[in-house]
Design a protein around this ligand. Sequence first.
Ligand code: COA
Length: 170
Amino acid sequence: MEGRAVLKEKICVYPGSFDPITLGHLDIIQRAGNIFDQVIVAVAKNPSKNGGWMPVAKRKELIYSSCRHLKNISVDSFEGLLIDYMEEKKASVIIKGLRAVTDFESEFQMAQLNHQMKPTVETLFMMTSPQYAYISSSAVREIISFQGDVKELIPQVILEEVMNYRKNIT
Ligand code: COA
């Protein structure tokens, strides 16, 4: 056949609350970026999390600052069903991180439901690197609320901003 084959760009979506982004999230973003042409980090406006600790716009800003050194990462937000967002972005792979067995049950359920609603969407899981397996955004928020040290838990470039953010809301 004449002509050049047009290779389709491999896009994945890494969804989450990212309230705030942690080193564990950044680990997954970097590794996904090594595999896919483009990684869209998508902040969910999740009504079940009561609006969250930080506004979505601030969370996006912090993700953007943390990923500035990475070439193929974009930051976005979405409302509603993840599969509808996947359709909008013409993406067919959802990336999720698994930290421990305890994550498995809920992640398995979400992956199955998403697959049932839209079979063309695949969820791929990456094991979180062991040094980050104990980190969660809620633990970060709690430590910060007691003025504890989170420098080993969140990206260095956003440390000052997150600590200042806390001071401004208390
Ligand atoms: N490193 C560090 N922490 C991690 C991590 C990693 N690699 N992976 C997950 N976590 C943490 C998160 O910070 C979060 O911590 P928190 O609960 O203390 O805030 C926790 O693990 C849960 O993460 P996750 O499972 O990604 O949940 P989430 O709340 O961040 O995001 C959505 C869940 C937004 C992806 C999901 O609710 C969704 O798709 N919503 C859209 C609506 C929809 O489509 N619903 C139908 C789905 S069945």
